[in-house]
Design a protein around this ligand. Structure first.
Ligand code: SF4
Length: 193
């Protein structure tokens, strides 16, 4: 089995993917590492809250966990350079979110490469509220040296399982995507079509 690193946006989204990898693909715990890297999250207390539950599930499933520290200002600077309008003017799942994905996922890929992983993946790729096609296209495009992989998991099924497992393990389910611009946007109501 190859060594894989799984970028985790939050514990709730990670649960169905971890369950799939361990039960369906028979991944051995030692071959799977979680990576928490989400500088998009605002404020820092929210980042710590989500991280704390990721730490909790890494212990429950006996998985290694790596963390890249929270640097919201650098994330914001990148987005401002990439985009023309003030960041708050973009709709969720539009150009701001695409830039957000590029910033985070390129860093995850670089981390995976630098640390000797054979493959990498992200829980964002099975998120029914996200532009999964954009995410996967970008990740496949940058993965020149190690394999980017997706899962045979339907996003709707993953979402239901995520809710169920979060209840079982008492995991926090946030009400907004992550950044300050998404706080007033109940993304749970906005399924991407
Ligand atoms: S809404 Fe979510 S994906 Fe979009 S920019 Fe904010 S944190 Fe990133």
């Amino acid at each position: 089995m190859s060594k894989m690193i799984l970028h985790v946006c939050c514990a709730s989204c990670a649960l169905p993917v971890i369950s799939y990898l361990l039960e369906t693909e028979k991944y051995v715990n030692n071959d799977l590492t979680l990576l928490f890297y989400n500088p998009n999250i605002y404020p820092e207390e929210e980042d710590q809250k989500r991280l704390s539950d990721v730490e909790k599930i890494s212990k429950i499933f006996d998985l290694k966990l790596s963390v890249i520290s929270w640097d919201h200002e650098s994330w914001k600077e990148y987005l401002k350079k990439e985009l023309d309008m003030p960041l708050e003017e973009y709709q969720e799942n539009g150009l701001r979110c695409q830039a957000c994905f590029r910033y985070r996922l390129k860093e995850v890929y670089d981390f995976a490469l630098k640390n000797g992983f054979d493959s990498w993946a992200t829980t964002l790729s099975v998120n029914r509220f996200k532009d999964v096609r954009y995410i996967n296209d970008f990740c496949f495009k940058i993965s020149k040296n190690i394999k980017y992989r997706t899962f045979d998991l339907d996003p709707n099924v993953a979402n239901n399982l995520s809710l169920k497992m979060s209840k079982t393990y008492d995991i926090y389910c946030q009400k907004y995507c992550g950044c300050e611009y998404s706080m007033n946007n109940s993304f749970l109501k906005k399924k991407l079509v």
